[in-house]
Ligand binder design. Structure first.
Ligand code: ATP
Ligand code: MG
Length: 166
């Protein structure tokens, strides 16, 4: 189905807002009001992807931490980036976080609940959409998770060609 990825992200963020404020984490969303972010994908599944990635960024953060979600377009794709300035993930763990039930020792110690299934599901869902999840992380600095989905160009009514005004 086709839907606006910006609206979906707004919903996810709205739903996670109180979890973020409880942990004193600042959750921000950056996108361009003038853009359309229509994609074609399984909406429920992409909701789960966004929910897990954003909740992880909130959970594995610090007090006064910050999570920045940004949505951008390129010619044929939408790009979602979830950036946190939390604890980061050591290189030896980074290779394994997408395995089922894998959790970084430090996270277990943090007493944050979780089964270690979230990222395995994220990876599986994105693969089913011919997409993939990317991650880069620095211990003590934070992590960036990102993925892309196809951009669906909206067909404008006859005679109403979209023009560049510049
Ligand atoms: P679940 O998502 O099933 O409730 P979980 O969050 O522990 O549990 P995953 O989402 O699969 O499981 O994440 C796996 C592990 O990767 C986490 O336990 C945590 O150690 C690490 N991790 C994931 N996201 C981040 C992040 N943004 N910053 C630091 N560590 C992270
Ligand atoms: Mg998780």
């Amino acid at each position: 189905t086709q839907f606006d990825l910006k609206d979906l992200l707004l919903e996810v963020i709205d739903q996670l807002e109180h979890k973020a404020s409880k942990r004193k984490v600042d959750l921000v969303f950056q996108y361009d009001e003038k853009e359309d972010y229509i994609t074609s994908a399984d909406k429920q599944k992409i909701y789960r992807v966004c929910q897990n990635l954003i909740f992880n960024a909130v959970k594995y953060n610090n007090n006064q931490g910050k999570v920045k979600v940004s949505l951008k377009t390129s010619k044929h794709n939408l790009h979602v980036e979830i950036k946190d300035n939390g604890q980061g993930i050591p290189p030896e763990d980074l290779k394994r976080i997408f395995e089922r039930f894998y959790r970084v020792e430090k996270s277990r110690n943090k007493k944050e609940g979780g089964t270690g299934l979230g990222l395995a599901i994220v990876k599986h869902i994105l693969e089913g959409h011919k997409s993939k999840i990317s991650v880069s992380s620095t211990v003590g600095k934070g992590s960036i998770f990102s993925f892309s989905l196809p951009l669906v160009k909206q067909v404008l009514p006859e005679g109403k060609e979209k023009q560049d005004v510049n």
